[in-house]
Unconditional design. Structure first.
Length: 255
């Protein structure tokens, strides 16, 4: 069975989106499709981005069942992740012959963020069920309430806290499927790293836990070491010729 994967896309994290996509494709054990959630692609998504929305896809992620025609199953992922196993293994986690059917499967984090800032100096907000919505496996036919009208008008907390479902409709996956780098201890056995505070594509987080895994994946995808391509990421210590041409520098010099 083909697995439909939707990944949130934000122009400030383009490198993260493509590297996650690459990690999914090269480890998949069966057919998958990948669709970027690009805000400008949805003219029916009319709500303005609010001050607490740290990415362009903070709320558009809840359009996934609608985009899937309310048919089959679809997986949503934040772009700041890195897959370490065949993503098709997710089917084994929700095997209905072993586990009861649910409308939505998530990783049930229970934590308080260690910082009030994240990523590119975005405000970090704390609320119940935080980060549950960063990895969502939808049974689309059971999520018909998520129409464009509803997603346009519901509050962020109503959406992210799944107030559009009954609690018994939510299934729980092992945290290894959404391992919060920097919030949890380093875990080489995690199935999906989630650089929720900020990934190594941001200068401030070059040395975060599991940064090398991300750099290795980028290197495998491009054949070169990572070099920051976004103007605000380029440290002053990088010489003008490299900045002007975008030529990659040795990995050890990206800091």
């Amino acid at each position: 069975m083909s697995l439909a994967v939707y990944i949130g896309y934000d122009a400030t994290e383009s490198a993260a989106y493509h590297t996650l996509s690459h990690s999914l494709l090269r480890r998949a054990s069966g057919p998958i499709s990948i669709t970027p959630l690009v805000r400008d692609h949805f003219p029916y998504f009319t709500r303005k981005r609010g001050p607490l929305e740290s990415t362009d896809f903070s709320l558009s992620r809840f359009l996934v069942p609608y985009l899937s025609g309310y048919q089959g199953w679809s997986l949503f992922l934040d772009c700041d992740m890195l897959c370490q196993v065949p993503i098709n293994e997710i089917w084994q986690e929700i095997n209905p012959s072993v586990r009861p059917s649910k409308a939505l499967w998530v990783c049930p984090h229970d934590y308080v963020p260690i910082s009030d800032r994240k990523m590119n100096n975005q405000v970090q907000t704390a609320y119940p069920r935080k980060n549950w919505s960063s990895f969502m496996f939808f049974d689309n036919s059971e999520c018909r309430i998520l129409t464009p009208d509803y997603v346009n008008t519901a509050t962020g907390l109503q959406l992210h806290r799944f107030q559009w479902l009954q609690d018994e409709q939510i299934g729980f996956l092992p945290l290894e499927w959404n391992w919060l780098v920097g919030e949890y201890e380093a875990n080489p056995q995690a199935k999906m790293f989630h650089y929720t505070l900020g990934g190594p594509w941001f200068g401030k987080y070059r040395g975060c836990d599991h940064a090398e895994e991300w750099f290795d994946e980028f290197r495998h995808m491009t054949g070169m070491d990572y070099f920051p391509t976004q103007a605000w990421e380029r440290p002053a210590t990088i010489g003008a010729p490299a900045t002007a041409t975008g030529n990659p520098r040795p990995h050890g010099e990206c800091r």
